[in-house]
Design a protein around this ligand. Structure first.
Ligand code: NAP
Length: 293
């Protein structure tokens, strides 16, 4: 079994982006500028956004954080999105999800200018990705592809099973893994909560991508000997032995599954860290106008 070490791979990618930013700026390019909108005081969202802003500082991006109270109206948020769309200094921006229940996430996502949609959630970017056109690929799928590439994992002709069909992970992941390019060319099965015989389907997987949000759901009996196992899950579970009062658990029972797998991602220290790299890469592309001229 080999560990797909998100900490090491993401550090490597960040240092590569940092170098590219230095080169870009030294040849007259503007420092890439990422803005983030945070609504409310959700603990996990605060942590994710803080980590994104810290990463921007590390690699030489400009960053701006716009905070809004939980009572902010949809109209107020849309006005903020419009202002970032029109701000020529901002190359890309994200609206941290989840949003309070009274605000439609779809409406807000669709209001973001696709050329600044570095989270890759706008229907235009999703559609372009499906058609194989240049697009911002959303951060988590991007991070998973990059892990497969950097570990030199062969994908052509493999059976790939994805657990979960969410807009941000399962669905884009399944589309990307069947593309006629590397990483891709897999025979993909996408599964969800209504899937029958989930365990038997997973047992056919050469590559198993797990994103359902149920801690330690996948056990060794789901796994074909030698499978590549990518655990996207991140759930906080109460743990009195931790200073924070909680532990982070993946969707895969790591201790049980690892001995049967050829490659596996740990949680924490796996896909989560790679996600930020996707966002930073997209922002650099936005600053260089690589996708939208
Ligand atoms: P989500 O929107 O809640 O989607 C979960 C998916 O799993 C749904 O498609 C659901 O099916 C399916 N599902 C639920 N229970 C199932 C079961 N028993 N058997 C088969 N499928 C089942 O979740 P998400 O946003 O994709 O996130 C999934 C996990 O990844 C969460 O733990 C989240 O925190 C984590 N995550 C991590 C990162 C990262 O950077 N590492 C990024 C995003 C999310 P239905 O469609 O039928 O409901």
């Amino acid at each position: 079994m080999q560990l797909l070490d998100g900490k090491a791979i993401s550090a490597q990618i960040k240092s590569e982006i940092k170098l590219e930013v230095e080169n870009w700026v030294s040849t007259g390019g503007k420092k890439p500028h990422l803005a983030a909108i945070l609504v409310g005081q959700d603990g996990a969202s605060e942590t994710y956004v803080a980590s994104k802003i810290r990463s921007c500082e590390e690699i030489g991006f400009t960053s701006t954080l716009l905070r809004f109270g939980a009572e902010t109206t949809e109209a107020e948020l849309l006005a903020a999105v419009d202002s970032l769309n029109k701000n020529p200094d901002v190359d890309g921006f994200i609206v941290q999800l989840p949003l309070p229940k009274h605000i439609s996430e779809n409406t807000v996502m669709e209001a973001v200018d696709p050329s600044k949609d570095v989270d890759g959630f706008h229907p235009i970017n999703v559609g372009r990705m499906c058609k194989g056109l240049p697009a911002y690929i959303s951060a988590t799928p991007f991070g998973i592809l990059e892990m497969l590439i950097r570990a030199g994992i062969e994908t052509a002709g493999k059976n790939c099973v994805v657990i979960g069909r969410s807009q941000i992970v399962g669905l884009p992941m399944s589309i990307l893994m069947q593309r006629n390019e590397y990483p891709g060319n897999c025979t993909v099965t996408i599964t969800h909560s209504k899937t029958k015989n989930l365990k038997e389907i997973c047992q056919t997987a050469d590559i198993l991508i797990v994103a359902l949000g149920r801690p330690e759901f996948v056990t060794a009996d789901y796994i074909k000997e030698g499978a590549v196992v990518i655990d996207v899950g991140i759930t906080r579970v109460e743990d009195a032995t931790k200073k924070s009062g909680f532990a982070i658990k993946g969707d895969v029972n790591f201790a049980d599954v690892a001995p049967k797998s050829s490659f596996i991602t740990p949680v924490p220290g796996g896909v989560g860290l790679m996600t930020i790299c996707g966002l930073l890469t997209n922002t650099l592309k936005a600053a260089r106008k690589e996708i939208y001229k």
